[in-house]
Design a protein around this ligand. Structure first.
Ligand SMILES: [Mn+2]
Length: 448
């Protein structure tokens, strides 16, 4: 699929164009330990190279220049013994299908020569300051030779907007990976429901979920974003990631966690009762959020916009807030005034793909974009009632509920990629009450 992605981008280039893309570099964690490597998403999408410091060049209609070329770390027996096998230029050609490939050390001379023949340069400034400096110096150097007949490129274009559009429509091959990421994510949530009981620590559920992700071959860290495991009132902290409290009998627990599979993200939120049974107030509130999710999912199809999805959830949630006596009066007035934002303060979804909050436009000239087949988005309505919110009936306080699915827009009915994670009340309760297989503890004798 990577060569096809390159081809599709090159189809948007003109004769005389050169494009340059920087790969990600390693980030230091502490002393001589680096963070696990994660390739830059555009670079991964176009190259399939999972090594640091790569550089990728495309050209079109320039005499003697290849369609695409990759610059990689050289094969190096000693370094590979310490840090793992490198693809090398031969692998870049043989395995990734590049027309030409070279060691990184050859880049400056090779690219300087190509740039001198180009009319326009596609390059996204601000991603790699060292490379930015190099490109600026190369262009300045070429301009100094204008009197010698040099015609350096004088148009700099940003490849990211067209790439974002390209990435926002997923190919069938990409959809297979999205389905896998969603299936792995779903299993993590299902197991957390089964394992949770009063007194379980949030981090135990996090560990169970991450174990599930890695067990199925998810990327290095396993996740596409750090998991939120929030018992009781912690669910009312939207980006809670401390995950260090014990969950309590009678509380709900909200888990927002997704696996990353071959670069593609899953993103699921489920909320379930710690003791396996919703109390009546929790159930009523949960059913409202679930109804919002279903109503929005129903219109996740061509003919509707991203904004329509949000507005539909707001409509259902406001009706629910009226029904639960959190609000009184007219739904239309509350929607108009935004008073519901005390309990529903975020948007209803985002694009998802190689980035969990994927690239892609939300508005064009101020108008919400229409949904098209091949787009994938999350739908994630929620209601958040702080424990100390005295403006609402007491039995609702301290509950935060969000339910989030990943939705593939098709020509017809939406495909719910995360359908395997239970979300109907009866299914959630059944999953919570499923036989819990207790893992061994530190106190478990090792030899018996
Ligand atoms: Mn999300």
């Amino acid at each position: 699929m990577f060569p096809q992605h390159r081809q599709a981008f090159r189809a948007q280039m003109q004769d005389g164009d050169v494009a340059l893309f920087p790969g990600a570099t390693l980030a230091n964690r502490n002393n001589d330990v680096d963070f696990p490597f994660r390739q830059q998403s555009d670079f991964w999408y176009l190259s399939g190279l999972n090594e640091p410091d790569g550089l990728m060049v495309f050209s079109k209609g320039i005499n003697g220049a290849p369609d695409d070329a990759l610059f990689v770390l050289p094969r190096d027996k000693k370094m590979e013994i310490w840090n793992g096998v490198r693809l090398g230029p031969e692998g870049a050609i043989g395995q990734l299908g590049f027309a030409e490939a070279y060691n990184l050390a050859d880049f400056d001379a090779w690219f300087g020569d190509l740039l001198s023949k180009a009319k326009r340069l596609w390059y996204g400034l601000g991603q790699n300051t060292i490379l930015d400096q190099k490109v600026i110096q190369m262009l300045a150097g070429l301009r100094r030779k204008i009197r010698l007949g040099m015609e350096p490129p004088h148009i700099l274009m940003d490849p990211r907007p067209p790439l974002a559009l390209q990435r926002s429509i997923k190919s069938p091959a990409e959809m297979e990976l999205m389905r896998r990421a969603a299936a792995i994510s779903s299993e993590g949530h299902l197991l957390a429901m089964a394992q949770c009981q009063p007194g379980t620590y949030e981090y135990e559920l996090e560990a169970l979920i991450h174990n599930t992700f890695r067990r199925h071959g998810s990327n290095d860290s396993g996740w596409s974003y750090p998991a939120i495991v929030a018992g009781g009132n912690n669910a009312n902290i939207l980006h809670y990631t401390a995950n260090d409290q014990a969950v309590k009998d009678g509380d709900l627990v909200l888990i927002d966690a997704g696996a990353e599979y071959q670069g593609y993200a899953g993103d699921i939120t489920r909320t379930f009762p710690v003791n396996g049974k919703f109390n009546p107030a929790q159930k009523e509130m949960y059913e409202v959020v679930l109804a919002a999710l279903k109503a929005s999912t129903e219109i996740a199809r061509p003919g509707y916009t991203h904004e329509d999805i949000h507005n539909k959830s707001v409509e259902v949630l406001v009706d629910g807030l009226l029904q639960m006596k959190v609000l009184s009066g007219s739904a239309a007035e509350h929607i108009e005034s935004g008073s519901y934002k005390n309990w529903y303060m975020h948007n209803t979804g985002h694009w998802i793909g190689l980035d969990v909050h994927d690239v892609g436009r939300y508005k064009v000239d101020g108008v919400s974009v229409g949904l098209e087949p091949g787009m994938v988005m999350t739908i994630e309505p929620g209601l958040y009632i702080q424990a100390d919110d005295e403006t609402v009936p007491a039995e609702l306080r301290g509950n935060g509920i969000r339910i989030e699915d990943d939705i593939h827009i098709t020509g017809g009915d939406p495909e719910v990629l995360t359908a395997a994670a239970p979300k109907e009340v009866a299914d959630v309760e059944a999953a919570c009450q499923a036989e819990r297989i207790a893992p061994p503890t530190l106190e478990t004798p090792i030899a018996s």
